[in-house]
Design a protein around this ligand. Structure first.
Ligand code: IMP
Ligand code: MG
Length: 177
């Protein structure tokens, strides 16, 4: 155990700050190369993507716009309805823009699935996903074009990821026990 914040101890650092920095640089280069022309809009999914997005945009070397999106987290009972409520909706119109949705982690893929349905209806020029981590539990979504790491199925915190709103500030990603 390296640190205890709240009730759960951190048991293992999975990606240290250097590994994250290296991979984010690579993703920035991949994204720069993937969008040679057109208007690019990065949409960070709050709150988990805030640190990843802040680092990523500094590694993309082309013009872009940045906005955010916040979806309601529904309980298990409501998930099957396929409805998603946007608590904060991007102010920037998506129409005719290359929209890149930036997500911290893909677990079941349900969050992204619902959001993509909403965003598709707004006629973007293209719609893709950049996820820092993918637990690979779900069928891969065709929109998932950029992935930082294939993550273990453990519960991970830090670098934006929380457990009960704690740990988001950590500069590394760790497993909590
Ligand atoms: P999904 O809808 O099951 O893919 O879950 C994705 C969302 O659940 C992410 O945006 C995170 O907010 C949260 N989540 C999933 N796995 C983890 C984890 O290991 N640590 C912290 N949050 C997680
Ligand atoms: Mg969360």
């Amino acid at each position: 155990m390296i640190r205890r914040v709240g009730a759960r101890p951190i048991v293992r650092v999975v990606y240290d700050a250097e590994a994250l920095d290296l991979r984010v640089r690579e993703l920035g280069a991949e994204i720069t190369a993937a969008y040679p022309s057109g208007d690019l809009l990065l949409v960070g999914l709050l709150k988990g993507s805030f640190m990843f997005l802040a680092d990523l945009v500094r590694r993309i070397e082309r013009p872009m716009q940045v906005d955010f999106l916040r979806a309601s987290s529904y309980g298990a009972g409501k998930e099957s309805s396929g409805e998603v409520e946007l608590l904060y909706d991007p102010e920037t119109p998506l129409q005719n823009k290359h929209v890149l949705l930036v997500e911290d982690i893909i677990d079941s893929g349900r969050t992204l699935n619902r959001l993509l349905t909403v965003l598709r209806s707004r006629a973007p020029a293209s719609l893709s996903v950049c996820a820092l981590l993918d637990k690979q539990l779900a069928e891969p979504l065709p929109e998932t074009r950029f992935v930082g790491f294939k993550a273990p199925t453990a519960f991970l915190v830090g670098y934006g990821l929380d457990h009960a709103e704690d740990f988001r500030h950590l500069p590394f990603i760790a497993e909590v026990g």
